[in-house]
Design a protein around this ligand. Structure first.
Ligand code: PRT
Ligand code: ZN
Length: 283
């Protein structure tokens, strides 16, 4: 049987979450910091630990079958790969930022200005789409200090908390793209059985992350009101209790409307609400 290869970041912001996701998919491997390849003992897969910039090209060229990388890197390297699954971590946005005291007041005011970035390809497309002719200064890092050094009028860089911009006297000015980590594959190979099996494992882990398992005690008199608040996978399970006026209700609740639902459940008379994490949801 063919052994697949998946490329993930060797160290950096996406490494830990990528390793955690693969381990949650039930894959056993050593997270060697020193080696480039780690075999998975219970699935025909090898993990390649690489610099994130190399991952899209390795996947495009078939050196790796799959990869986990930020969308920003894929767009910047302009490779042809298949997007298989958004992964919900590594979220950030690529923004143009200007000094707090800048006189740039509109997008058009960027005409003729110098913008420092490590993302010249994406920035160039953005400027072209907005009919702006600016001088893109490609640098390899520490973009945020370039306006202070008089090297540029603006920057285009990734932002997550905004702390780096703030501490360098910069403010966000325009959103160029938003990004998160994605699972990518080689175009045309997406439908192979092994790849489909891995995608399904990843999806079952992501689904589980988005939901909680809830067990609660409900007064029988209010059972209809309480079950109406609980979607469940099909519908909630209702279990008899020794005390005949009460039942136990088991269900899953989406994380996004979790607190709303919990307070409504309490109002409807639910007691002893226990919330448990879910490991996987296979549908
Ligand atoms: O060594 P290697 O080349 O593999 O790693 P790298 O240094 O190129 O990348 P790394 O580990 O910094 O980031 C990997 C990926 O994480 C990026 O490609 C993005 O997809 C994603 N990501 C998410 C971020 C950020 N958030 C982020 N905040 N990447 C970089 N930053 C930087 C940003 O460049 C700026 O310097 O963090 C600073 C801003 O952060 P805030 O929180 O102050 O706004
Ligand atoms: Zn990199």
């Amino acid at each position: 049987m063919k052994t697949l290869k998946i490329a993930i970041q060797k160290s950096g912001r996406l490494n830990e979450k990528s390793v955690e996701l693969l381990k949650n998919c039930g894959l056993n491997f050593e997270n060697y910091k020193s080696s480039l390849i780690s075999p998975v003992s219970n699935f025909p897969l090898e993990i390649l630990f690489l610099r994130d910039d190399d991952i899209p090209e390795y996947v495009q060229d078939g050196i790796a079958d799959l990869g986990i990388v930020g969308e920003n890197v894929i767009e910047e390297t302009e490779v042809e790969v298949a997007y298989l699954q958004r992964l919900g971590f590594g979220k950030c946005s690529l923004k143009i930022a200007i000094p707090n005291n800048s006189d740039i007041g509109s997008l058009a005011a960027l005409n003729g200005k110098a913008i420092a970035t490590t993302y010249p390809v994406i920035l160039n497309k953005y400027l072209q789409n907005n009919n702006i002719e600016a001088d893109i200064r490609t640098i390899s890092g520490s973009v945020e200090i370039s306006p202070g050094l008089g090297l540029s009028d603006a920057i285009c860089d990734l932002v997550s908390t905004g702390g780096t911009l703030k501490s360098n006297g910069l403010m966000p000015f325009a959103d160029v793209m938003s990004s998160e980590a994605v699972l990518i594959g080689r175009k045309g190979e997406e439908n192979s059985d092994l790849i489909q099996e891995l995608i399904q494992r990843v999806q079952s882990v992501l689904r589980a992350k988005e939901t909680k398992y809830v067990v609660l005690n409900a007064p029988k008199a209010n059972l209809d009101a309480i079950t109406a608040l609980l979607p469940g996978v099909k519908s909630p399970s209702v279990v008899a209790l020794a005390e005949s006026d009460w039942v136990a209700v088991h269900t899953v609740i989406p994380e996004r409307d979790f607190w709303d639902r919990i307070s409504q459940l309490k109002q409807a008379g639910a007691q002893g609400i226990v919330v448990l994490p879910i490991e996987k949801i296979i549908i």
